[in-house]
Design a protein around this ligand. Sequence first.
Ligand SMILES: Cc1ncc(COP(=O)(O)O)c(C=O)c1O
Length: 393
Amino acid sequence: MQYNSTSKNKTESRYKDLLNQYLMSGSESIFLYWKGRVALYAILRAMGVGEGDEVIIQGYTCVVVVNAVIYLGAKPIYVDIDQHTFNINLDNLKNKVTNNTKVIICQNTYGLSSNLEEIQKIASKKGIYTVEDCTHGFGGSYHGIPNGTSCDASFFSTQWNKPFSTGIGGFAVIHNSSLLNKMKEQEQDKIFPNFKDRVELKMMYFIREYLVNDFTYWFMVSLYRWLSRHNLVVGSSSGEEVTGTEMPDNYFKAMSVTQMKKGIKSIQKLNEVNKIRKKNATEYTHFLMTKSKNHVNKHLFSDHIFLKYPLLVENREEFKKKAEKNRIILGEWFEAPVYPYSGSLKLWGVDEKDIPVAMYVSKHVVNLPTDIEEVNKVIDFLKRELLLIKDEE
Ligand SMILES: Cc1ncc(COP(=O)(O)O)c(C=O)c1O
């Protein structure tokens, strides 16, 4: 027992040290969780978010972000996005701040940073906390500052498709020292992953490593989503998390040692993968520019990791079918303004009229892969399908 807990502590501190090499915030400010959403929940809870509080979120995000706010009894307030950055629109943000605003969540969509300086100016005038949703941006930087180190706190995800992966997983980083004690206190409320959780995780690692390839990918992804929605495997999201606003049982869960060990391995490859991501994104931009098709403005931000490359297409279903035929794996962030929910958005308090750009983008966006060796295969495909890609605006 003594040995186990010593070995767990060693693994935890090794993992935190490796994370800290990117974050430079001090290992003691890093807190590990079962998933990224739980890290957000912990941060909001430490900030004292509750009934009567408003939390500003961009209307182009993941439903689990919104749910973390709702679970605490606070109200999500949606702000439209800027079509060029896929992040919060500053003018709309200013109009949504009220005396009840407690937190602004600044998202790092596809690895593209929000304009954090301007957001912080708005927030600090009114004593509002800022939280960076860095789930897409670990390893990148903004104006020379590592992503996730500018706001009062930030949270990260290490789920399958994230910059580096532990299967599922996440962590919080605290910069406002007044939150540290509360974060530490909350550690004792975390429940620990049970035997079934750990075995299922290991099974997933095996399947991912040995059974998922370019040929089985689409079938395996559909199977995995179906199984996790029906709570038959440890999945990214259980059924109730994407169809409702009730907090699931055993939500406030710790990261297992299995995940930490996986993280220690996969973070070692991060610099190399991020180099490939940046290079491929540059090639997509260059190609799309020369064809006057929509692209991420290369002057906008210089040091994004480009977890995915966002592209707007005329007819998404047709584009996706053709991509699948050509064995090109596309991402789906965010095919709905509170992805992956596509029914009535009323349950999450979304008024579609408030977020016209997010509504438009979520109907047309596809995510090109960036972590691949054969980027020319994708560019050749884009050449053939140019008519389906939206023009530059
Ligand atoms: C923008 C954003 N925030 C938060 C999350 C939640 O991360 P996790 O699945 O680790 O809870 C996701 C998941 O993909 C996401 O895309």
